[in-house]
Write a protein of this length. Structure first.
Length: 379
């Protein structure tokens, strides 16, 4: 059965564009995609904030349970959402494709590799001087650095899909799934994360039309969608919090096969949740959408406010509850980058979050008919 043609409106902007000033109409932008990205980026920041706080305070709090629940789908959904739009540029010439899907991510990766490393200069060099710092930067070119690995992998995944676009969809999907199922642990972030996450990016690319259709279906049948989400949450919770007694896979959710299924199911659950939230509207939805529209801003800059506030709260001892400290650190780590971006938006420092024209291979695309979405694999 072939996928039905997409009825989504043409996009006049790309979801991976540098950030633009708020208040400027973005015709055709899919609100639920931004809401879903907002949920995901908050979950990612929450994970880093909570685990770091727990380690610093030597205990766990209620936020650790939320982080554990989201573990199976937190990153898979981000890659699935990123894969949704690669079909719009997959058949373009390499110059345009490279500008949109390689240079874009490479610019922010290299810039923030330098900035994050400079902030941690003493830790990076360990007293060995500038030579060690340059060696560290060079190593960052072949091995993704710290939290920036996600941006690095987006470029790699995009290139891989373009190179493999002639491979039949089912074959590509099965191959990517086998990589995820295989016990590949090389110690290289690039290799290990590629194998573990590529299947979700491929799924977003291949099933884009059906995922958009799912969002439409959810908005039209909210009651059934809520029942489905409740069933998913129950199953997710049982599998995530049921121990196996195995050191390699402490809970059922981590078992091979189950982890792949939970990643896919959780990603679709976030799509459904985002679709329902956009249907309902309200301030929470608006806040999530704002975070999603600037998810790259939050992702690039959250580590500084996160580390600063965590250190201050832990050292002060004002708050003893690990969960509350984790929550406050998470809020700050999300809000501060958005505030910084707003401050520098019209200043020379806007290059921190907006790729300058000098780093474009081609000019900005004018609005026009969107290229086709990738068809879902035939069965």
């Amino acid at each position: 059965m072939s996928a039905r043609p997409s009825t989504e409106p043409a996009l006049s902007v790309r979801p991976d564009d540098p950030v633009r000033p708020r208040g400027v109409p973005e015709a055709g932008r899919l609100a639920w995609v931004d809401v879903a990205k907002g949920i995901c980026i908050i979950l990612v920041v929450m994970m880093h904030s909570t685990l770091g706080t727990g380690e610093a305070m030597g205990a766990e709090g209620f936020m650790h349970h939320v982080v554990e629940f989201a573990k199976p789908f937190r990153i898979p959904d981000f890659f699935l959402l990123s894969g949704l739009f690669v079909g719009r540029v997959i058949d373009r010439d390499w110059r345009l494709f490279a500008d949109r899907r390689i240079v874009h991510f490479a610019y922010f990766y290299l810039l923030w590799l330098l900035l994050q490393s400079a902030v941690k200069y003493g830790q990076v060099t360990d007293g060995a001087g500038p030579g060690a710092f340059l060696a560290h930067l060079a190593y960052g070119l072949v091995e993704p650095y710290s939290t920036l690995w996600f941006i690095y992998l987006l470029a790699v995944f995009s290139v891989a899909v373009k190179l493999l676009r002639r491979v039949p969809g089912p074959v590509l999907l099965v191959g990517a799934a086998l990589l995820q199922l295989a016990p590949i642990h090389t110690g290289s972030t690039l290799i290990d994360e590629f194998c573990a996450r590529f299947v979700y990016f491929v799924a977003g690319y291949l099933f884009a039309a059906r995922i958009f259709a799912l969002a439409d279906w959810v908005r039209a049948r909210a009651g059934l969608a809520l029942a489905g989400l409740a069933a998913w949450a129950l199953i997710e919770g049982v599998l995530v919090f049921t121990p196996t007694g195995l050191a390699s896979h402490p809970t059922l959710a981590g078992l091979p096969g189950l982890s792949l299924g939970l990643g896919a199911a959780g990603a679709l659950a976030i799509v459904a949740t985002a679709a329902l939230l956009t249907r309902a509207g309200g301030p929470v939805t608006a806040l999530l959408r704002a975070c999603g529209e600037r998810s790259i801003v939050i992702y690039l800059a959250f580590f500084l406010p996160m580390a600063a506030l965590r250190t201050a709260l832990v050292k002060s001892g004002i708050i003893a509850d690990v969960g509350l400290v984790s929550l406050l650190v998470t809020v700050a780590a999300v809000a501060v980058p958005l505030g910084i971006e707003r401050l520098v938006r019209h200043s020379p420092a806007r290059f921190l979050f907006r790729r300058p024209a000098a780093f474009h291979l081609v000019g900005e695309e004018r609005p026009g008919p969107a290229p086709r979405l990738a068809s879902a694999p035939t069965t």
